[in-house]
Design a protein around this ligand. Structure first.
Ligand SMILES: [Mg+2]
Length: 403
């Protein structure tokens, strides 16, 4: 059997193995005819000569900028976020072995090839967030080859502009670690935050609250009851992911919509929330979910449950633009997070902007429609990499808390 497979592989028809088998045993000519006549034999995408030739992963600050090069001179960029940058860069360089010489336009195939490459690492944050950077670069290359912005490849824009926050009329407040349940004074001071936010944006604006997984359920239920008058759009990360029963309990007691999924990586991480009715909004992150490819699938899953995405985003303008392309193309969308100050000035050149009402314009151009200033990147890469190991999750008694 092994020899037969190897022989078929040498003919370049390994992907059409099942088909080729039907001709096997009837002679070489019969096999050649079967392969030529069956479209499945083209799975190898022999209609194109473009190949991935090089991957460069450059750690900068707390991010990794990833560049893919091809034999046709077209290049693509992606961003890896929220990992130890040196580790992520090394992993990306190692994963290059899986895509070296491959056609970069086979995005889904390459995503699967990397994601399913190691059964014991698949779905984990280190693997999936590294894959996100590669995925963004593949979409960038493909858009450039097709001569269209990435959102065109995703089915075209479903909206003219994309609502962003924070803006003067859309704001999010939040909290750090809290005790098991709150005293009246503790609850009151946190409610004041929400009340002040509502005053700032007025009756037409949006207020969101980020619980950062840092409020134990009894405290969150007390608090959520107290902020009802201020019409909060959603409470983000109401609990630490892991036990759906906790989310079901919160859902029973809290009438404000719950946003989940910041730490979700794949469709399998969000399906439980949707199935149990525990997610009103999916605040998934393009840089966490293995890039545009998986974010779009999660959005489709949410659509089936009438649950929109509200993408979490703490990347530079490169990752934010990748997320914007996806947000522009999916039908069920609420609002997008974005912090311009995360991008070092001049490093990423984008051509979209946010208007006075807080809406981002659609990117114009080809691929991701943004450019990385490479000399500037190399200059910034000389600075020491300082991984972020937050120590903010501490209680007054010195014990560790979620945050
Ligand atoms: Mg959050």
């Amino acid at each position: 059997m092994t020899n037969r497979r190897e022989w078929l592989g040498s003919l370049g028809v390994a992907a059409a193995g099942g088909l080729a088998m039907t001709g096997f045993g009837t002679g070489m000519n019969a096999l050649a005819v079967d392969v030529a006549n069956n479209p499945a034999a083209n799975v190898g995408d022999r209609t194109s000569t473009i190949k991935i030739t090089k991957l460069t992963a450059t750690p900068v600050m707390r991010k990794v900028f990833l560049k893919l090069e091809t034999n046709h001179g077209v290049t693509g960029w992606g961003e890896i976020d929220q990992l130890e940058p040196n580790v992520a860069a090394m992993l990306a360089r190692s994963l290059f072995e899986l895509i070296d010489g491959e056609n970069p336009t086979r995005i889904e195939h390459l995503w699967q090839k990397i994601y399913r490459s190691h059964r014991d690492m698949r779905g984990g944050p280190v693997m999936t967030q590294t894959l996100a950077g590669i995925d963004m670069a593949l979409w960038d290359i493909t858009g450039k080859l097709w001569g269209v912005p990435v959102y065109r490849l995703l089915g075209g824009p479903t909206r003219n502009k994309v609502r962003f926050y924070p803006t003067p009329n859309a704001t999010k407040v939040g909290c750090g670690p809290q005790p098991f349940s709150g005293t009246p004074q503790q609850i009151e001071s946190m409610v004041k935050q929400v009340e002040d936010a509502r005053k700032r944006v007025g009756p037409t604006g949006i207020v969101m609250f980020d619980a950062h997984c840092a409020m134990p359920p009894p405290f969150l239920i007390q608090f959520a009851t107290a902020i009802k008058p201020y019409d909060v759009l959603y409470i983000e990360e109401p609990a630490v992911p892991g036990n759906m029963e906790v989310f079901k309990r919160l859902k029973q007691h809290i009438s404000i919509p719950l946003a989940v999924g910041e730490q979700a990586r794949t469709i399998w991480d969000v399906i439980g929330y949707l199935h149990e009715g525990c997610a009103d909004i999916l605040q998934v992150d393009c840089a966490h979910t293995g890039g545009i490819t998986q974010l779009r699938k999660i959005a489709t899953l949410g659509e089936a449950y009438h649950v929109p995405i509200a993408p979490h985003c703490v990347t530079t303008d490169l990752g934010a633009t990748a997320s914007l392309h996806c947000s522009a193309a999916v039908p069920f969308f609420l609002i997008h997070e974005y912090y311009p100050s995360i991008s070092p000035p001049g490093l990423v050149k984008k051509n979209w902007s946010i208007d006075k009402d807080g809406y981002a314009s659609l990117p114009e151009g080809v691929g991701l429609c943004c450019e990385v200033d490479e000399p500037k990147l190399l200059e910034l890469a000389k600075q020491p990499i300082v991984p972020e190991w937050p120590t903010r999750g501490r209680m007054p008694d010195g014990s560790i808390a979620d945050y």
